[in-house]
Ligand binder design. Structure first.
Ligand code: FER
Length: 296
């Protein structure tokens, strides 16, 4: 991962304007070490010890790799799906789409330290979450969607909404016992996946009622573009929740949105994880908290 972030820094000056951000001056990209916006953060409450540790004597869910045909990309693509122990194929569940970062793929949350299955198993065991499955796709909507793409695949991350909404969501809703309305669909992600979640979630208020951004990257659209209709977002979005490490140079992507929301009285949470950088400590905390707030 470290290598990827270094590459990200290096390539900043080479970046051309992101298709998602047509009106943003290049200076705004800033990368790590962006300008700051002062906002009042929401209270940080530490997650209980052991929230991310495998616990003995509880029921465990399982993670399965699925493949689906992507119309927009023109390939067969992969995603991991966490099914809780209580998933029996009969009762209907909500769906959380959980996205990865620039250096990741459909395995990043599972294999790079996110332990989403363990966090979810523990939350279920404690009765802290509503019924949901968690879908972890590959957010790089390109024929070659391997991790090797690095910064060069930033544009493919911007194309993922077509694959997600056009192919993956229909596949999940056809093949799993899940609700199919926006109030049972959530989207959240880390870094590039956080930016995608804010862009696609707020950009498709008819598809997602719950939106989360963890350490969102500079692919995050500026607030006025993300929220062109303040009243609509107030009416249709049920949760806009963000977290970012206090020592993460990407904080600006979150604070610019938080400041806009505060000015316009749009409910929005932004937690500053004290002294933390751009890493899974923050992202695990994000999943732990976001999962408890959705579908309730
Ligand atoms: C950038 C710095 C970091 C950027 C993206 C990232 C698009 C993404 C980091 C990640 O996903 O972990 O300037 O520009």
């Amino acid at each position: 991962m470290k290598k990827v972030y270094f590459a990200a820094l290096l390539s900043l000056s080479l970046m051309t304007a992101n298709a998602q951000e047509p009106n943003i001056p290049m200076g705004m990209f800033g990368g790590f070490g962006q300008q700051q916006t002062n906002v009042k953060f929401d209270e940080y409450v530490a997650a209980p010890a052991g929230f991310d540790k495998e616990r003995a004597g509880i029921k465990r869910g399982k993670v399965q790799l699925i493949e689906y045909k992507s119309e927009s990309v023109g390939t067969t693509r992969k995603a991991n799906v966490y099914l809780p122990a209580s998933y029996d194929g009969k009762k209907k569940f909500g769906v959380l789409y959980l996205l990865h970062g620039i250096g990741g793929d459909e395995w990043e949350w599972m294999n790079d330290g996110g332990v989403p299955n363990i966090i979810m198993d523990n939350l279920y065991a404690d009765g802290k979450v509503a019924d949901m499955i968690v879908v972890m796709p590959n957010g790089r909507a390109a024929k070659d969607d391997s991790r090797a793409g690095g910064m060069g695949s930033a544009a493919a991350f911007g194309e993922f909404d077509k694959d997600l909404i056009g192919s993956l969501i229909p596949y999940i809703e056809k093949n799993f016992s899940v609700y199919t309305d926006k109030n049972h669909r959530a989207i959240a992600g880390l870094s590039m996946g956080g930016g995608q979640s804010l862009n696609f979630g707020l950009g498709n208020l008819d598809k997602f009622a719950y939106v989360g951004g963890f350490s969102s990257a500079p692919n995050t659209m500026r607030a006025a573009q993300l929220i062109p209709d303040v009243d609509k977002v107030k009416k249709e979005n049920k949760l806009l929740w963000m977290v970012c490490g206090g020592a993460d140079g990407l904080m600006f992507n979150s604070t610019q949105l938080k400041a806009f929301c505060d000015e316009n009285n749009i409910p929005c949470v932004l937690i500053n994880y004290p002294n933390e950088g751009h890493n899974f400590t923050v992202w695990k905390y994000g999943l732990y908290n976001f999962a408890q707030l959705i579908f309730k």
